[in-house]
Write a protein that binds this ligand. Structure first.
Ligand SMILES: NC(=O)c1ccc[n+]([C@@H]2O[C@H](COP(=O)([O-])OP(=O)(O)OC[C@H]3O[C@@H](n4cnc5c(N)ncnc54)[C@H](OP(=O)(O)O)[C@@H]3O)[C@@H](O)[C@H]2O)c1
Length: 302
């Protein structure tokens, strides 16, 4: 397999961290930059670094990801996810590097009743979704060799996420309430990184929906976390109306992975298999720092 020189933005984030690790393990020459070293809103810095390193591929994971906070500071979300992405796209285009841009299921309005394929109508219902769509538009218009990867409900070892929050709450509280009327596709960072690694070595450019297979509600996701870890807490299903948050969420954002299928790429494994793997390797091995020691973890085995 060809070895590439690759820049990864947002390298300290959930996906960025595992992306760098995966690419290094595959023998690529990887330059992973966190926000401190490469702030994508800094036009000059983006140009200087990309022109200096001259990578063959840029995997752009850096993003403003605070969905609720984006409602209060929309300009910051548009600056990072929109103009920051433009900066990366323009610099990558000038040096002829391929570009992978990470986007989101939140570009959809969530009123569909069947899984969203890559050509469904785009209609984001919150600021974060609009800002990520703005990034997609810049990539589509300004970069000629790109992959737009829409993913969803991401969790991994590095950074905060739903799975870690559930473990923490489950160990601390007798009862945990989780919404049961938002349906989506959980995605394990390691599975996503592997799939992205298969894309950019081809020239099958375009938009891809990439998540683990299957779907669930947040309640069902939490239920699986507690079942696999053996945490015994009461899990209470609630509606989105009972659990109001600053940003509206799409109620149904299940992916149809049509582009992967039609272009001959493998599907990802089922979300419960990915979750089981994550919990076994990260939590059981004690790598997961935030969880207090508690013999509830895996007391029921799995
Ligand atoms: N998490 C999800 O459930 C989810 C769902 C759908 C799509 N996505 C997309 O998937 C990608 C990866 O998400 P993730 O979960 O890995 O997010 P994450 O853990 O929040 O990581 C994003 C990283 O981007 C960095 N960043 C923020 N502003 C930046 C800037 N101006 N310049 C450079 N880097 C900057 C952040 O650094 P600081 O921490 O220092 O701010 C952070 O390390 C993102 O594009 C996201 O929109 C995520």
């Amino acid at each position: 397999m060809d070895k590439y020189k690759i820049i990864v933005t947002g390298a300290n984030g959930q996906l960025g961290f595992d992306m760098v690790e995966h690419l290094k393990n595959r023998g690529h020459l990887v330059y992973g930059y966190g926000r401190q070293e490469l702030d994508i809103t800094n036009h000059k810095q983006v140009n200087d670094i990309i022109h200096d390193i001259r990578p063959e591929v840029v995997v752009h994971c850096g993003a403003y990801t605070k969905v609720d906070q984006a409602e209060a500071e929309p300009e910051q979300a548009y600056l990072v996810n929109g103009y920051g992405t433009r900066n990366v796209a323009v610099a990558a285009e000038v040096i002829n590097a391929k570009l992978v841009y990470l986007s989101t299921d939140y570009v959809f309005n969530g009123v569909a009743e069947a899984p969203y394929d890559e050509f469904e109508k785009i209609e984001p219902i919150n600021v974060y979704g609009r800002s990520k769509r703005m990034g997609e538009c810049f990539v589509e218009r300004l970069h000629s060799k790109h992959f737009i990867v829409r993913t969803s409900w991401v969790y991994g070892e590095h950074g905060s996420n739903f799975v870690k929050t559930m473990i923490k709450l489950g160990l601390e509280k007798k009862s945990v309430s989780v919404v049961n009327d938002q349906i989506g596709c959980p995605t394990y960072t390691k599975d996503l990184a592997e799939s992205i690694g298969r894309l950019f070595i081809t020239n099958k450019y375009g938009t891809y929906h990439i998540s683990n297979a299957g779907h669930c509600s947040w309640y069902e996701f939490a239920e699986a976390v507690f079942r696999i870890t053996g945490i015994e807490t009461e899990l209470v299903p609630v509606t989105s109306e009972q659990f109001v948050r600053p940003a509206k969420r799409p109620k149904y954002s299940v992916f149809n992975h049509m582009a992967l299928k039609l272009n001959g790429f493998p599907m990802l494994r089922h979300w419960e298999d990915g979750l089981n793997d994550f919990l076994q390797t990260s939590v059981l091995n004690g790598k997961y720092g935030d969880a207090p020691n508690n013999n509830a973890i895996f007391s029921h085995g799995s």
